[in-house]
Ligand binder design. Structure first.
Ligand code: PLP
Length: 457
């Protein structure tokens, strides 16, 4: 945040935007600026009571700072405050949303063209997944939704809201949906949709989408991909050098082109402020489920209003403006700057995993290293209870050194094949920031010192 460029960028752009409306008669803004400034000072003070999410030493949960261009574009859009429900409320920003969504679709191999797909932004990954499972339920009423037990908990909750039964499928020791267990469920003949996660929340595991699509040809269920976290890694799936994705993950990402629906969160890895999810449907004909009349809107244009293909009504047009601007600066191209940022976070994760493996105080996943950019590890101890207790202590000792990690409960057999059933609390680090790689020595020194204090070694 030091030398934040956004205020300066914004003041220049704001002048230009005001000039766009320069033909209107001037009017007095009503705000009492002195009072506003006073309240803003108090606001800044209150906001100091946060973890420093923007800093490379914040390496805990899935929190990636929005890019300066996204923050500035979002704030700029606030002058107009467009509503992407209808073109009546957000003419330019609706167009920007359609363009931005088409770039995301293109990343998955879904090309633009008449009737090629349907998609829009949402307020969150939860809302995007809700729409995908709602459509799935319309297409197969009463049939079950199944997904890995490691799928985000939102799928169980959404299914309950939609009154659809959700069945969790066992995950293997690398946190990926077990395809034999999935096939056993599919054989019952009552599964409407399989949820495939590309990048699980806990450890960034990548379910075998290619394998699930093969099962689809045999059993006919719909396949929904939850790439809320990991979707953007599609951009590096063709890389073949050191640190690129492993073969299984690569095959899974390549298969996205054949999914029935896809969710991705620009507000996770896409450098966007919160309030930006995205859902895509392969078959645009599912738009019929959204069909409704509005007595209030849809008057100003015969073109598609995004509210006609979205369950949400009002939506922040600013989210679309910020995403569009980010794509102008950092196009979603393999090998481009945005893709290099993903590679950098992954390099940091591989490096942290390597250091942990070489340090006798820790245990890492027995199966293999991180599939994306999330690292998890256990503190070595004589029992799972003791390891969990120590993880909490190391977490707290790191925080006193300004290193912010996260905790996660994972099955013990992921660390020790054959271990008894049960969970152990582990440390977890989501290394999403491109800067994490160059900060790895400083991250490691703090982690190592914190462990020294807790373990005495
Ligand atoms: C894989 C996955 N799906 C869905 C979600 C829910 O997304 P949101 O928090 O944007 O509602 C998350 C959030 O972490 C996630 O990791």
């Amino acid at each position: 945040m030091v030398n934040d460029p956004v205020p300066l960028l914004l003041s220049r752009a704001t002048e230009l935007l005001e000039a766009e409306f320069g033909a209107l008669p001037a009017f007095e803004a009503t705000a009492d600026l002195e009072s506003v400034a006073r309240v803003l000072q108090a606001t800044a003070h209150r906001l100091g009571d946060n973890y420093p999410y923007f800093h490379p030493l914040y390496a805990g949960q899935m929190l990636k700072p929005p890019h300066a261009v996204a923050r500035a574009a979002y704030a700029l859009a606030m002058t107009v405050n467009p509503n992407n429900h209808a073109r009546d409320g957000g003419r330019a920003s609706s167009e920007m949303e359609i363009e931005a969504v088409s770039e995301i679709a293109g990343m998955f191999g879904w090309k633009d063209g008449a009737g090629s797909y349907l998609g829009h932004l949402t307020s969150s990954g939860t809302l995007a997944n809700l729409e995908a499972l709602w459509v799935a339920g319309q297409l197969a009423p009463g049939k079950r939704i199944v997904g890995s037990e490691q799928a985000h908990y939102t799928h169980q909750r959404i299914s309950a809201v939609l009154k659809l039964e959700f069945t969790p499928i066992a995950a293997d020791e690398r946190g990926r949906m077990d395809l034999d267990a999935l096939e056993a469920e599919l054989r019952h003949g009552d599964v409407g949709t399989v949820v495939v996660t590309l990048g699980t929340t806990a450890i960034g595991a990548v379910d075998a989408l290619d394998g699930v699509l093969k099962l689809k040809t045999r059993y006919g269920s719909r396949v929904h991909v939850d790439g809320a976290y990991g979707g953007y890694f599609r951009l590096i799936a063709e890389d073949r050098d050191e640190g690129s994705l492993d073969g299984a993950a690569r095959r899974a990402y390549r298969a996205t082109v054949d999914a029935d629906s896809l969710v991705i969160d620009p507000h996770k890895h896409g450098l966007q402020p919160y309030g930006c999810g995205c859902v895509l449907f392969r078959d645009p004909a599912v738009g019929r489920f959204y069909k409704h009349d509005s007595p209030y809107t849809y008057f100003t244009s015969r073109q598609l209003h995004l509210g006609e293909i979205s369950l949400e009504c009002s939506r922040a047009g600013a989210a679309a403006v910020a995403l569009w601007a980010t794509h102008q600066l950092l196009p979603l191209t393999p090998g481009g700057e945005f893709a290099r940022g993903l590679r950098s976070g992954r390099a940091a994760a591989l490096e942290l995993d390597r250091r942990l493996r070489n340090d006798g105080r820790f245990e890492v996943l027995a199966g293999a290293g991180p599939e994306l950019d999330i690292v998890v590890w256990k503190v070595k101890a004589e029992s799972a209870e003791r390891a969990s207790e120590l993880a909490h202590k190391v977490f707290a000792a790191c925080a006193t050194r300004d290193l912010h990690l996260a905790l996660v409960q994972l099955p013990q057999f992921w660390f020790e094949p054959g271990a008894e059933a049960g969970l152990v609390t582990c440390l977890r680090s989501v290394l999403m920031k491109p800067e994490h790689a160059v900060w790895m020595d400083r991250i490691w020194d703090r982690l190592s010192a914190a462990c020294g204090e807790v373990l005495g070694v």
